[in-house]
Structures are given as C-alpha cells and as structure tokens.
Design a protein around this ligand. Structure first.
Ligand SMILES: [Zn+2]
Length: 199
C-alpha cells in the first residue's frame, strides 16, 4: 500500500478518462520526482481552469470573461452561427481557419437514454440569437443523439424564427465520432457541403 498522499494522487488521476491503475501510478510517481516549483504551478493551473473559466454569456463557449474572444471579435460574422455540442468542437472548427462566423455551444446533446431534455441545454439563448441571424449551421455529431438534437433544433427554430436559414453539415464525419476526431479535410468538407434542412 502506498502512503496516503500518494494513494490519493493516484486516485485523482484515475478519475481522468482513459487513465487506468498503471498509468495513474506512473503519473503520480512522476509528480514525486518533479521540482516543487513545477508541482505548485501544475496544481495552480488545475485550480485556475476551474475558478477562472466560465461560459460565455452569448455563446456558451469557455471564456475567462463574460464574453469570449470570438463573440467579442467584431470582424466575425455574427449572423452566421455554427451550433456545436461542446467547447472542444469550437477549437476543432477554429483550427480549420476557414470559418469566420460565430458559434453556439449547447453543452451537451439531447438524449432519451440519459434523460437530457431541451431545458438542460443552452437552447434558449440560441433561439434569442437566431432572431438576428441569417444562417444557423447545425454541426452536432452524426451519432443518434446528435441527429436527434439537430432535428429538434430545426423544428424549434422553424417555429420561433421562420426567416432564418437552417443548414446541417454534410454527413462526412466518422459515424459515432465527434468533431474533434475528424481530420481537417473531412471537417472542411462537412462544412462546405452543408445543406438546408427540410421540414
Ligand atoms: Zn462567446
């Protein structure tokens, strides 16, 4: 049995996705070898992401201020909004350097199996933003939950903001994959091949 403090650190690492017992042990033992100053910086970074980051009040993206860098950037087209599941997807889209509109982060997907309902997601603010928008691009994943969420959003947007064009990215993404797993070409294709969603 490891000393208590080491055991606690191992358990903390084990909470991360994809980290098993062996890796957690290795990470924790590595920390014991690090300089104290580096360990303090590491610990501070962990606390900072939790205390400094919040959701942008416009789009729901992660931000250190009330409004994120993308929403604040007046050179971007605020009338074109890509709707994604998570802040990770924003990063994936931004890496393409092809899109100059803005985003809306749902912070999840509708799911009947997990009991996730529309009121659990960042949808009300999307409907408000859609009143001023020209195009809403639905870029949720092609998983069952992603498709169901896109269908629901299309329906509610048609009802609440009939003048806005609702499009869906082309099904070029790996089935069951998320946007950030798709390579950039696939993602660029998915975006350029988007189509108007039929009723
Ligand atoms: Zn924002």
């Amino acid at each position: 049995m490891y000393p208590k403090s080491l055991q606690e650190l191992i358990e903390a690492f084990r909470k991360l996705p994809g980290v098993g017992e062996k890796s957690a042990e290795r990470y924790a033992l590595n920390i014991t070898d690090m300089q104290e100053e580096d360990v303090r910086r590491f610990a501070q970074a962990l606390v900072d992401v939790k205390t400094k980051l919040r959701q942008c009040k416009i789009c729901g993206n992660l931000s250190e201020e009330d409004e994120c860098e993308i929403c604040k950037d007046t050179s971007r087209n605020a009338k074109q909004i890509v709707v994604v599941q998570s802040a990770k997807d924003v990063l994936a889209m931004e890496r393409l350097e092809e899109f100059n509109g803005t985003y809306h982060v749902l912070n999840g997907l509708l799911s009947s199996s997990k009991g996730i309902m529309p009121e659990d997601l960042n949808i009300d603010t999307l409907i408000k933003r859609a009143q001023e928008a020209e195009e809403i691009i639905l870029a949720t994943s092609t998983t069952m939950d992603g498709e169901m969420t896109a269908l629901y959003l299309n329906k509610i947007l048609k009802k609440e903001c009939p003048s806005v064009l609702v499009t869906r990215i082309a099904h070029g993404l790996p089935s069951g994959g998320f946007l950030d797993y798709a390579d950039e070409m696939t993602l660029a294709h998915a975006l350029s091949g988007r189509r108007k969603v039929e009723e």
